[in-house]
Every structure is written in structure tokens, then in C-alpha cells.
Design a binder for this molecule. Structure first.
Ligand code: SF4
Length: 338
């Protein structure tokens, strides 16, 4: 099977008419406003590093691609299309906000051969959208997703946990809605409070309380579970760390961990294994999982094994790879049942 390489080109904030309370786009992408004349060379350089036999996709990420100046958008699409036309790149991907999608935009994207559109849905709760300053309602998200899928393009849904006014139930509902909208994949971002944002001011005034680490894991895992159970690939949990994030110098308050994705998937496996162990008391247990998911089953910093062992009074627990199992499938074998 051919593997896939992404060529990410960041198009930060520019053109976005909005001011979401959490947004500090420059920090997120770690890039300044790009010089578009360099994009072609940037793609050429990236292509030179893609191994033979891998397909490549150009991905315009980082802001609201369809809200940038129309000339710039068309220019960037035409640059990308040259690469798809000559067969060196397989497809084009963009990310944007729901209220920057309409029939005309869809037609432009389709004419340049865009294959995948990522939408920043963030939440489908009207209250959360309002408190977060998104500037549109839930209907707008559904309509944008419909236009994308109706045009035969892939829709990828991005959502956030821990937004102002949001609850775990809102986030589960959002994940279900994204799945129902026909998403082929999803990204989940626990809210990070950046310096200089309205959210940082809200936190300072006590109008917003950031999630603790435990809450972030619990709520983000709950959204992940919806996608995993519906067979929808989660391509990212948590912000990609730029330098500023790693050093923490751009974070105003609250928690941030690069390992949040690992922690969430590890929690998901802990829950699945626990459910299978619920009638077991003592003895030795072997847990079988897909070979690529052994570390998730073992848990973040090996924590799942110890927790499950203790919870069910097991003498031992072993995690074993099993080729026949699908990505999130778990089987157990035990020598003792209550
Ligand atoms: S829509 Fe995106 S780029 Fe625009 S303010 Fe909101 S988060 Fe930032």
C-alpha cells in the first residue's frame, strides 16, 4: 500500500474577518505571514524529500483559506494545481471556517481539484459558538459540510473541547454531529489559553476557567471515543507544538501537554480493557490488540497495566500483539473468572 506525505503550507490568520476568543493564529502555526511567491519553491523542496512510492498532498493550513484575498487564494490553488496536473502531487487539501464556504467557493475549489476540505466546526452548541466569538451558528456548520460532501469532496471536521460555556455533553454531541455530517476524519483540540487573546482576559477576570489536565483528558477522550466507535479516523489530538508552545512562553494559563493525544488514546484503551475485565477478579489476564496499538493498550507511561491490575485485583496482566485484530479491537484471555 502506498503511504502518504503531507506538504503543509501555512496561511496564517490573514483575511479571517473574525476574532475567536481563543485565537492566536501566529502562535499556533509558528509562522509569520508567508511570501506567496515562495510557495512553489517550498513545495518543490518538500517534494524532494518525499520518498519514491509515496503519494503527496499539498495542504494549505493554518487559517481560513477561503477567506483570504480572492486573488491570493486563486494564485495558491493554481500553484498547487500545476503539481497535481503534472502528477507529482496526488491531491490538494485546505482548511477553513464554515461561514467562508458557499456555492461559489465550492465551485472554485472543485475547479482546482481540491480533494479535502477541513472545517473548523469547534462546537455545535449555539451558546458555545456565541461565547467563543465564532460569529456563526450551528446551521452554518451543517450547511458548509453539506456543500463539501455534496460536491464530492472529503469533509474533515475539527472540534475543540473546553471552550467557554462548553460541557462534556456538548462535546460528545459535537463529535456525533460531525460524524453525522459525513466526516471522513476529525481533529480534536483541547482549548489552550494563549497570551494576548480575549480568552486570556476572560480567564483573568474569572469569566473562564481552563480545563485541568484530567478534565482535558476525560473530555477529549469522550469525543475521540465517538469517532473511534464510528470508524472515523482522528488525525490529530491537540495542537502541533511550535517552539513557543513547547517553552510555554505563549501560554497565559491552564494546561498544555504535547502528549495529550497519547494520554487520551491511552484512556480510551483503559476503558475498553476495563469493560472486558469487569467480571474478572484475580488471576492472570492477557490482553490482545492490534500490533500498532500495543503502546496505547499498555498506556501512557505504562499506566494502564498498573491501573487495571489494581482495579480488578489481577495477579498479572500482559499486553500481546495480535495481527488479526482491527485498530481498536481488544480481546482478553484469563485463567480465572468470578
Ligand atoms: S476563524 Fe480561525 S483564524 Fe479566524 S479568528 Fe477564528 S480561529 Fe482565528
Amino acid at each position: 500500500m502506498k503511504t502518504h506525505a503531507n506538504i503543509p503550507i501555512f496561511v496564517p490568520h490573514m483575511g479571517c474577518p473574525n476574532a475567536c476568543v481563543f485565537c492566536n493564529q501566529r502562535t499556533i502555526s509558528g509562522h509569520n505571514v508567508p511570501d506567496f511567491t515562495k510557495v512553489r519553491a517550498e513545495i518543490e523542496n518538500a517534494l524532494a524529500t518525499v520518498d519514491a512510492g509515496r503519494t503527496a498532498q499539498i495542504a494549505y493550513f493554518g487559517g481560513s483559506f477561503t477567506a483570504i484575498d480572492r486573488k491570493d487564494m486563486i494564485y495558491l490553488l493554481s500553484v498547487a494545481k500545476k503539481f497535481t496536473d503534472d502528477g507529482r502531487v496526488e491531491s490538494i487539501r485546505i482548511s477553513t471556517r464554515p461561514d467562508c464556504i458557499d456555492e461559489e467557493i465550492i465551485e472554485i475549489l472543485r475547479s482546482y481539484g481540491v480533494k479535502t476540505v477541513e472545517l473548523g466546526i469547534q462546537s455545535i452548541s449555539e451558546k458555545v459558538l456565541l461565547l467563543s466569538g465564532r460569529g456563526h451558528g450551528a446551521d452554518c456548520c451543517k450547511r458548509a459540510a453539506e456543500l463539501i460532501t455534496g460536491a464530492g469532496m472529503e469533509f474533515v471536521g475539527q472540534m475543540m473541547t473546553g471552550l467557554p460555556g462548553s460541557t462534556k455533553e456538548d462535546e460528545i454531541r459535537t463529535a456525533i454531529a460531525i460524524a453525522d455530517m459525513g466526516a471522513v476524519a476529525a481533529r480534536i483540540y483541547p482549548t489552550v489559553v494563549f497570551k494576548g487573546t480575549r480568552l486570556a482576559e476572560m480567564a483573568e477576570k474569572g469569566e473562564y476557567i481552563p480545563m485541568s489536565r484530567e478534565e482535558a483528558v476525560d473530555r477529549t477522550e469522550a469525543a475521540f471515543e465517538v469517532f473511534a466507535e464510528r470508524g472515523i479516523k482522528v488525525i490529530r489530538i491537540g495542537l502541533q507544538s511550535g517552539e513557543a508552545l513547547v517553552s510555554g512562553e505563549e501560554i497565559a494559563c491552564g494546561d498544555y501537554s504535547e502528549a495529550i493525544g497519547e494520554m487520551c488514546i491511552s484512556r480510551y484503551f483503559e476503558k475498553k480493557i476495563s469493560a472486558l475485565c469487569k467480571d474478572i477478579s484475580g488471576g492472570d489476564v492477557t490482553v490482545y490488540c492490534n500490533p500498532r496499538r500495543v503502546s496505547c493498550a499498555v498506556g501512557y507511561k505504562g499506566g494502564n497495566k498498573e491501573k487495571i491490575k489494581e482495579k480488578f485485583g489481577l495477579r498479572s496482566i500482559r499486553i500481546s500483539p495480535c495481527d488479526g485484530l482491527s485498530e481498536f479491537e481488544i480481546r482478553i484471555n484469563t485463567n480465572q473468572r468470578s
